[in-house]
Design a protein around this ligand. Sequence first.
Ligand code: HEM
Length: 402
Amino acid sequence: MTSGSIVAQITDYANRADPYPLYAELRKTPVRREDDGTYVVSTYYEVRSLANDPRLSNDTSNRPAGHGRPGQPAAESGLPPSFIFTDPPVHDRLRDTINRPFGPPHSPRFLDGLRGELAKVVTELLDAFEGKDQVDIVEDFAYPLPVTAICKVLGVPREDEPLFHSWADALASSVDPHSGDDGGPEKAQQARQELGAYLTDLIETKRRHPGPGILSALAPDMKPADLEATAVLLLVAGHETTVNAITNTTLTLLRHPDILERFQKDPELAVPIIEEVLRYEPPVQFVPWITALADIDVAGTTIPKGSPVWLMLAAANRDPRRFTDPDRFDPDRKDNEHLGFYTGIHYCFGAPLARIELHLAVPELFRRVKFSRLLEDPPPYRANAVLRGPRHLPVAIEGVTP
Ligand code: HEM
């Protein structure tokens, strides 16, 4: 990648608030070879077809020398790869095992059972807005919910949840291919060690004294190291993504007062609004850890075997060949088959949980809070280009109803 290339500009922090014109530029060459040999794919049908192509690998040990393994080494050092970084048949076996206590067909009611506790968290967070005339939607609302949700899924005791907040933060920064720029890897490494020591103890405790959560259910069948890698994966994959989804939804609605007004009259609009935000402002902007296992012909270009491949979900989600008027936020659009949760065998494992969290948080936020205005637009963004989202979202409010 050269410093002036479009991809370098997309990862450049200066363009974090609005990378979409750059994605439009990128789509002019659907499969683009960067100077370092990386192939960047940005159009909807090509991204979708490659995400479903068994000749592409998520196993980062296939990456050529000199091409980092973003996300994996810092978050999971010393552990076997978690299932996001594996290919079939290992991927399918691990994902199936871990899904047993988490979702259908074996545990269709597990996530539903968390609704009550998560709704309580939402209520408490909004009660704390009382008497304030401004709040930060990230710190005061979006941030605390997803960590609590992952802790409940894993079965982490409530008093230990604050520890997970700082670990999740440090680990998320390591998902960025350029996180070395702000000391991300060192912070992530330390968080990884602390989290690892904590999880080793917790898994041993769960093995002897099973309790609620998936760690207890999985402990008899999985090796401790695999279980630890799974817990780290769920924390990294499920935290900042969901924080960004809640924040992006709030920001987008406040920028579209006409749609907000309709939503306040008709809470049923939550479903198409949330799905449209996942298309329009996807929390995972691109997937940068894939490798071609064979020569692959796509859109008139051959991606040679061994090449690193980046799939640009945020660019594909605004491809005019797939979505009419793609730069318009339009919850009424039909057939919104966005790639916000990806597609294929690595389709987001936590999508049902993320949707529960979003559907608890967003309608309640807009039902109870009387918003006055955004205090900074665009808001300040986090450094991360992959898990892109505002670091803070300060808003003026006029009050909160019970
Ligand atoms: C709105 C919030 C979320 C978004 C936008 C999102 C998006 C994504 C995307 C794009 C992928 C594909 C990445 C790849 O294959 O390289 C993915 C995979 C994954 N996500 Fe999510 N995610 C969200 C929330 C969650 C939550 C809450 C959890 C945890 C419970 C989670 C767990 C996972 C896991 C484990 C994978 C790997 C799946 C596999 O490789 O089979 N995600 N997610």
